[in-house]
Design a protein around this ligand. Structure first.
Ligand SMILES: Cc1cc2nc3c(=O)[nH]c(=O)nc-3n(C[C@H](O)[C@H](O)[C@H](O)COP(=O)(O)OP(=O)(O)OC[C@H]3O[C@@H](n4cnc5c(N)ncnc54)[C@H](O)[C@@H]3O)c2cc1C
Length: 491
């Protein structure tokens, strides 16, 4: 069977590897010159940056992908646990390191939040329970038809803490403002707000704190290289610099791809790793899908986006480790700005990844490569990046100086910026969102576009905008689900 895949993001490459390893003829068409999609990299002078993910969780999902293709993940990349997992800074001078070792983390909590020392481990057990009750239903299952629900313990699904918000649940468990803000932060891992998302998302701390947070030696982009190589080793062919204009449909069945350069590439099936909203609304013609489907897709709420500064600096800061978070003073107001007013917060939480802490060659001797990320609203009329990028960049740099990175601006050697507009232009992410669809309401897990089109035969979808969601491991799971559904149809 010939398979045409649109896009060489994580979902596209993982699906290519799985299908090629089953001896299908697989072609991946990517509009950009390099693979990876949002998991990408950039070199500025002597500095190297990951421009997307910086932390890997659930590595067993990748191990399974490689072993399903008859390969070993460790032959392709070297993964290592990051220590500390992250260092947190508050504006009153409080600092906190979160470690892979719970005992070390508890020693730190004893210093900053003694009243919560007995709440930490029970909270991690509660997060683990949610994982046990949700993962088989919402992560490891294509959720495509009634047969996918068979055998799932429905009583478990009723006990997943979906009736309150992340924030309210955390406030009920912890009294210290530090631990409350620390735990609320995890909701941003899938681009949602802790003040709106169901407490079910308290599962995320389990994934990082119980299962571990990892770095890929050489930078996370090594994983994109590994996925491409896995797909090529399995027999897939990549074509770069070719953009798909539309998915060709005849009698409600895909027959191939119409490319922007005028070529038509026929195929038996199409797998789209382009954002699901883009796929349904821009790559299919109005005649191909029903108005009700169009309306449903258009209403899909994207996750938040991100504002990224890449700073190559001629200095190392003692206080910076690999992952660093500088918290805002008013977390609720920050999320109100991002998710409701759709403007950049004046007092944002700022994440700084400093991979030169672990990989010295990512910056020249005595320098650092700072990837600075601020959560941002998805593209909206309320914030014009064309006018505001420079001012906001300077604002973030001056905030970092106030929060402990003294004289940062005078040490900048290289600088670049990525805004929500760029995330749309470069990767066609719906409204510049970076984690697919939002999980801000309790039905989002059921509302994500599925990995197989119900209206068009032979069309499958993969990637962070589809079930089960955004982030590296979930994108790989979306590829597993798309492949399962394809194999069901074409056994
Ligand atoms: C700043 C940032 C930080 C992040 N941090 C983390 C993190 O720490 N950990 C984590 O797990 N995840 C993180 N993520 C999320 C993660 O990067 C994404 O969920 C994931 O990379 C999305 O992969 P995808 O399969 O959806 O493909 P995408 O990345 O969306 O790639 C889709 C590809 O399709 C191509 N394409 C689209 N339309 C067409 C067309 N018409 N023709 C040809 N090609 C097309 C695009 O160019 C793109 O290459 C982060 C993301 C960003 C941006």
């Amino acid at each position: 069977m010939r398979v045409n895949i649109i896009g060489a993001g994580i979902g596209g490459m993982a699906t290519a590897a799985l299908l090629a390893s089953k001896d299908h003829q697989v072609y991946v068409y990517e509009k950009n010159a390099q693979a990876g999609g949002k998991m990408n990299q950039q070199v500025l002078g002597d500095f190297r940056f990951d421009t997307g993910p910086s932390l890997l969780t659930m590595p067993f999902v990748l191990e399974k992908l490689f072993s399903d293709c008859g390969k070993y993940l460790n032959d392709y990349v070297t993964m290592e646990p990051v220590e500390p997992i992250c260092r947190y800074f508050w504006q009153d001078g409080t600092e906190f390191n979160c470690w892979q070792d719970v005992k070390k983390t508890l020693d730190e909590i004893r210093l900053i939040a003694p009243s919560d020392i007995h709440a930490y481990k029970p909270f991690l057990s509660y997060a683990e329970k949610i994982y046990e009750r949700t993962s088989n239903a919402f992560l490891f299952n294509p959720l495509n038809s009634w047969r996918d629900f068979l055998g799932l313990p429905l009583t478990d699904m009723a006990r997943i803490d979906a009736l309150t918000t992340v924030s309210k649940r955390i406030d009920s468990k912890f009294s210290s403002p530090y631990l409350r803000q620390f735990f609320k932060r995890f909701t941003t891992y899938n681009g949602s707000s802790p003040y709106q998302a169901p407490a079910t998302l308290n599962v995320i701390p389990h994934v990082e704190l119980n299962q571990g947070g990892y770095y890929v030696k050489g930078g996370l982009y090594e994983l994109a290289n590994a996925l491409r190589k896995l797909a090529e080793d399995s027999g897939a062919t990549f074509v770069f610099g070719e953009e798909v204009e539309s998915i060709v449909v005849e009698n409600k069945r895909t027959t191939g791809l119409q490319m922007k350069n005028g070529e038509v590439y026929p195929s038996d099936i199409v797998v789209s790793n382009s954002d699901a909203t883009e796929s349904y609304l821009k790559l299919l013609s109005d005649n191909d899908i029903s108005p009700s489907k169009k309306k449903k897709v258009a209403k899909t709420e994207p996750s938040c986006s991100g504002f990224v500064l890449l700073l190559g600096i001629s200095k190392t800061y003692e206080k910076l480790v690999h992952h660093n978070i500088f918290f805002s003073n008013d977390y609720e107001n920050e999320f109100h700005d991002i998710f409701e007013k759709r403007v950049m917060p004046y007092d944002p939480t700022i994440y700084v990844a400093n991979t030169s802490y672990s990989d010295k060659e990512h910056a020249p001797k005595g320098g650092s490569n700072l990837f600075v990320l601020v959560n941002a609203p998805y593209q909206s009329d309320n914030w014009n990046w064309a006018e505001k990028t420079e001012t906001y960049s300077n604002h973030v740099i001056s905030l970092l100086e106030k929060r402990g990175l003294a004289d940062l601006s005078s040490h900048i050697v290289e600088q670049d910026v990525i805004t929500p507009d760029d995330f749309y232009e470069k990767y066609r992410s719906n409204k510049g969102s970076i984690y697919g669809t939002s999980s801000n309401d309790r039905f989002s897990a059921f509302a994500r576009p599925r990995n197989k089109s119900k209206e068009i035969d032979g069309l499958y979808l993969t990637g962070g905008s589809t079930h089960p969601g955004g982030g590296i491991p979930l994108c790989v799971l979306s590829a597993q689900h798309a492949t399962t559904l394809i194999m069901r149809d074409f056994r």
